[in-house]
Design a protein around this ligand. Structure first.
Ligand code: GLN
Length: 202
């Protein structure tokens, strides 16, 4: 059973822990560098990306996170977590840093005021059995991606789920739906990485 951490600084940590358990992983909270060192995969939850990045820096986790992601640690970010895994934020708050790893530019709160929170059926590549229920809450979208970033889902023409190697990100929150298929995809990625460790990317 793969040990998968949830970055537990702020956001919907408990929901991700439950979804990971439901998807067959052993889910643990990660708040300290030693806890990060012990996991085979990591979820960065939804919440507030600025707060999460500030707390990660304060807890001495930002550099260790960057190093492990660079070394091939499978990671999945939902919503704020997507922002944290992006190499670039289009409209960062001042001083807002990311862990990075996915070659993409994200736009925070992209869906705008009329549509700050909504649900929509989303077809997602790699997730069998019909569309997932996309819960979007002040969600980002992916403005642009690099050559190796795969778009797994779009909504109204905007990329809302992407994968690059061992990294996965969604604009929406599958952890709030009781449907564990997206977490299942991630747990499969963690298992595959444990079997064939990825080469370090420069
Ligand atoms: N808008 C939030 C941010 O910029 C993300 C919202 C969410 O995770 N539901 O961090």
């Amino acid at each position: 059973t793969p040990i998968v951490g949830v970055l537990a600084l702020q956001g919907d940590v408990r929901e991700h822990l439950a979804a990971l358990d439901g998807a067959g992983a052993r889910a643990v909270s990660v708040r300290r560098p030693e806890e990060l060192a012990a996991v085979e995969g990591l979820v960065v939850p939804g919440g507030e990306s600025t707060t999460i990045s500030k707390l990660a820096a304060a807890f001495g986790l930002l550099e260790p996170l960057r190093e492990r992601v660079r070394a091939g640690l499978p990671a999945y970010g939902s919503c704020a977590g997507m922002i944290l895994l992006a190499d670039k934020i289009l409209d960062p708050r001042s001083g807002q840093e990311t862990v990075g790893g996915i070659d993409m530019i994200v736009r925070r709160n992209a869906f705008g005021r009329q549509n700050e929170s909504f649900e929509a059926a989303v077809d997602m590549a790699g997730v069998a059995g019909g569309p997932v229920e996309g819960v979007f809450i002040r969600a980002p979208w992916v403005e642009s991606t690099g050559a190796v970033t795969e778009v797994l889902a779009t909504y109204e023409g905007h990329a809302v789920a992407v994968r690059q190697g061992n990294l996965l990100a969604t604009s929406f929150h599958p952890e709030l739906t009781g449907d564990h298929r997206v977490h299942g995809l991630f747990v499969d990625m963690v298992r595959a990485a444990a079997e064939a460790p990825a080469a370090e990317v420069a």
